[in-house]
Design a protein around this ligand. Structure first.
Ligand SMILES: Cc1cc2nc3c(=O)[nH]c(=O)nc-3n(C[C@H](O)[C@H](O)[C@H](O)COP(=O)(O)OP(=O)(O)OC[C@H]3O[C@@H](n4cnc5c(N)ncnc54)[C@H](O)[C@@H]3O)c2cc1C
Ligand code: FES
Length: 347
């Protein structure tokens, strides 16, 4: 069926499969439809149905609070059409995707599952076709038997690869969390859509880098640090990574960070911020290349970054309140332009 979106920059039409959500249909045709989470929480993908019959897949989606449903507003990532339809999308910037891989569907098989802490797991996913993605991007999973989709940021980086790595923090009573932590998921096949996301790192921008990640929010930053280290970016750029966890027992990826710091020399600093435990030393007892600081991660970043904001791009990811607080630090204290503060809210 044919979907037409009317935008401030003109009308665009694309095909949609029966049962496919309108956002993914447009994105896989290379259109830059507005979106952030791609899973129903942020409301960025809202559009107003002008013609046709459109049904919502998730009536309680948090993103709907940004919509006037009585006027026909929907969120496209949770909307399916029963026939041709026309939507009005309030955006000036819809056009053809440039510089990023056009997202598509793949099948992935889970392997190499490892428990990193009591509530954090990482695993690999082998895809049925190689994927090119930018460091900092994410994909969306669809699990048989689980309603809805879940977004996860790639931890690894490779120009083009069939293997993606992920790290997931358990959410109490979460659908994907319970499935991942309570069953043997090795060998499980998953539908994957992506790559998505604009919280991405591009070495050619030639900027110093600050990353602020809460818990598994560090995922995309691992990918950014992996790419930067591979290209020896920290030979002539500064990098500051702030990794927020509750206690020493909640830390993970210390070895990878230590290797990056040892390679980056004095230009890369990684600070682990402990919110719920006094710090025993100024450096991590198991990873002396990493600094330790006491406090919530955006406050630690605020204290440490004063006077270091020259020519900076910032990356923030994690729980929504932490992301909002860290963005304020980078905007107000760092005077970083909004286009250079890139973030993912793990809502
Ligand atoms: C861009 C982005 C990147 C992320 N990256 C990571 C990461 O790298 N690591 C990580 O640990 N977490 C990440 N998250 C959070 C992750 O997507 C999940 O929200 C989290 O793991 C909890 O999932 P759950 O299934 O356990 O919890 P649940 O509470 O069961 O589900 C959480 C999410 O699933 C979707 N959902 C739930 N119910 C429905 C329904 N009935 N219909 C449709 N959709 C539904 C919604 O999007 C909801 O917010 C990311 C989130 C975003 C937006
Ligand atoms: S992109 Fe659809 S609600 Fe976030």
């Amino acid at each position: 069926m044919k979907i037409t979106v009317q935008t401030n920059s003109g009308a665009h039409a694309f095909d949609c499969e029966p049962g496919e959500n309108l956002l993914y249909a447009g994105l896989r045709h290379g259109l830059t439809l507005p979106h952030d989470c791609a899973t129903g929480t942020c409301g960025t993908c809202r559009g107003r149905v002008v013609e046709g019959d459109v049904r919502l897949l998730w009536d309680e989606a948090p993103g709907l609070k940004f919509c006037k449903q009585e006027k026909g507003d929907v969120i496209m990532c949770q909307a399916v059409a029963s026939d041709d339809c026309v939507l009005r999308v309030p955006s000036n910037t819809v056009g053809v995707l440039e510089g990023f891989t056009v997202p598509s569907y793949r099948r992935g098989t889970i392997g190499n599952v490892r428990m990193l802490t009591h509530d954090v797991i990482d695993f690999d996913m082998t895809l049925d076709a190689p994927l090119r993605f930018a460091a900092g991007q994410f994909v969306v999973f669809e699990i048989p038997g689980l309603i809805g989709r879940r977004a996860y940021s790639m931890v690894n980086y490779s120009e083009e690869t069939e293997t993606l790595s992920f790290v997931v923090k358990r959410k109490p009573d979460g659908g994907f969390s319970d499935w991942l932590f309570d069953s043997n998921v090795s060998g499980a096949a998953i539908k994957v859509f992506g790559p998505l996301g604009r919280a991405t790192f591009h070495p050619e921008e030639d900027k110093n880098v600050v990353c602020i990640g809460g818990g598994s929010g560090i995922a995309g930053m691992m990918s950014i640090v992996a790419r930067a280290s591979r290209e020896r970016y920290f030979d002539d750029h500064k990098g500051y990574v702030f990794f927020g966890v509750r206690s020493l027992a909640d830390c993970f990826y210390l070895e990878r960070f230590s290797e990056a710091v040892l390679q980056g020399g004095s230009n890369l600093e990684v600070t682990v911020a402990l919110s719920d435990e006094p710090i025993p030393h100024a450096t991590h007892p198991d990873a002396p290349a990493l600094k330790l600081a006491e406090g919530v991660v955006h406050e630690v970043a605020s204290r440490s970054m004063a006077g270091h904001y020259d020519n900076m791009v910032g990356y923030v990811a994690g729980p929504e309140p932490m992301v909002d607080a860290a963005r304020r630090v980078l905007a107000r204290e760092g005077q970083i332009a909004s286009a250079d503060i890139r973030y993912d809210k793990f809502s």
